[in-house]
Design a protein around this ligand. Structure first.
Ligand code: SF4
Length: 391
């Protein structure tokens, strides 16, 4: 198969017809200074009524999340959308791969809209199909491919999920990565290896802390190096082949800040997302998905102290919602997900007002073949035995 790998295109410089990056919104985007934006959003939402369903990811800005009919992580939102077949328009306030997942899980009649097409995910962009196919061929040349099961994190593009679907692999979330890896390691007997895409940290943390593998069982495949930068011997010895990808938000947290805060705050609880680096996760008290983080804080006793390692919009909202608890951010600097933050009120109003006028803008539509193959990998995830305690 011939695949084309695209060079990186910085946002705002030119357009790229084959991806969402660098595109502009056609028509007039309301200025951010418009004092009527909230009223315009309310009016457009009311005019669309039951035809509209607005999904808001936990990392979204407050100004947008207030209009969400449901909030959640990416997989919960995609399932919520699938449970509302009467909604003609699904406006997804999140990033591109999430809108793709929602399109895959909803009916063909439902149209999924991403208010700003430049709202991508840097982690998902780190594993491109052409790179992954090259790696797959290299694994065949190294004589190990027939023992490798590809496992991709939900935070990946639809074509990477489809790659996993057609190659005997599975999708996982941060809640069920342990069960997904256990399933994967059963597929080819004791010599099974996993190619984990695209987040090396979730892969390593789950393999080592939940499955009991050694750090030495994990190698990192660098798509920018020939042969991933690994020898045939290293590939033969490895159990986990981790794709060299990471989240630009969760990758920022560092173990020295944990030490610093523990020295300052008595009885501090450190709660982090498994996308954080291994050195951070091993120093934390609790590790879990976004939903796990929210539930943990909700159940925490008044007066308890928490340093949270996840996206700042969510940490701020948790702190505002729980003034009786001492909640702080686990980084010295402000750390938003910049692409998630591209969905702002002007883009939201622009998308809704176009819908009111019968114009569907920024529709995210996954082609039929990709959708069918991605659904195979998603269905394998839904069929996984049991669930983790942190679901
Ligand atoms: S927080 Fe990280 S993984 Fe989530 S959308 Fe932003 S860059 Fe991607």
């Amino acid at each position: 198969m011939t695949t084309v790998d695209l060079p990186l295109l910085p946002l705002g410089r030119g357009t790229d017809p084959l991806s969402e990056r660098g595109v502009e919104c056609p028509g007039d985007l309301p200025p951010a200074s418009d004092p009527d934006l909230v009223a315009r959003a309310e009016a457009a939402k009311a005019a669309l009524g039951e035809k509209l369903f607005v999904l808001g990811h936990h990392y979204q800005r407050d100004e947008v999340i207030r209009f969400a009919d449901v909030t959640g992580d990416s997989f919960k939102l995609a399932r919520d959308a699938a449970a509302r077949p009467e909604a003609e328009y699904i406006v997804f306030c999140g990033v591109h791969f999430m809108a793709e997942s929602a399109d895959i899980l909803t009916t063909p009649d439902q149209q999924v809209i991403l208010p700003d097409l430049a709202a991508g995910c840097s982690m998902a962009d780190m594993a491109r199909l052409a790179q992954v196919e090259r790696a797959w061929e290299a694994l065949a040349e190294a004589g190990v491919q027939d023992k490798v099961v590809p496992v991709t994190y939900m935070n990946s593009s639809a074509d990477i999920k489809a790659f996993c679907g057609r190659n005997g692999g599975v999708v996982c979330t941060s809640s069920n990565a342990e069960v997904a890896l256990e399933w994967a390691f059963e597929q080819h007997g004791p010599d099974t290896k996993v190619l984990f895409l695209p987040d090396q940290h979730l892969g390593r943390n789950t393999a080592v802390l939940q499955l009991g593998l050694d750090l030495d069982d994990c190698v990192v495949w660098n798509p920018l190096k020939p042969g991933g930068g690994l020898s045939a011997e290293e590939l033969a010895d490895a159990k986990m082949i981790l794709w060299k990808g990471h989240c630009s938000v969760h990758g920022r947290f560092s173990p020295d800040v944990i030490d610093e805060l523990r020295a300052k705050v008595p009885d501090l609880n450190v709660l982090v997302h498994p996308e954080c680096q291994h050195e951070v996760v091993v120093k934390a008290d609790l590790v879990g998905s976004t939903e796990f983080i929210i539930k943990t804080i909700e159940a925490a006793p008044a007066g308890s102290s928490w340093a949270i390692g996840t996206e700042l919009n969510l940490v701020q909202r948790l702190a505002n919602a729980h003034p009786d608890k001492n909640i702080m951010f686990l980084d010295r600097n402000v750390c938003y997900c910049s692409t998630m933050n591209r969905i702002d009120l002007p883009h939201f109003v622009w998308a809704l007002e176009n819908l009111v006028n019968g114009v569907v803008v920024n529709r995210i539509e996954v082609d039929e073949k990709t959708e069918a193959e991605a659904l195979v990998a998603l269905q394998r995830m839904l069929d996984l035995p049991g669930r983790t305690a942190r679901d």
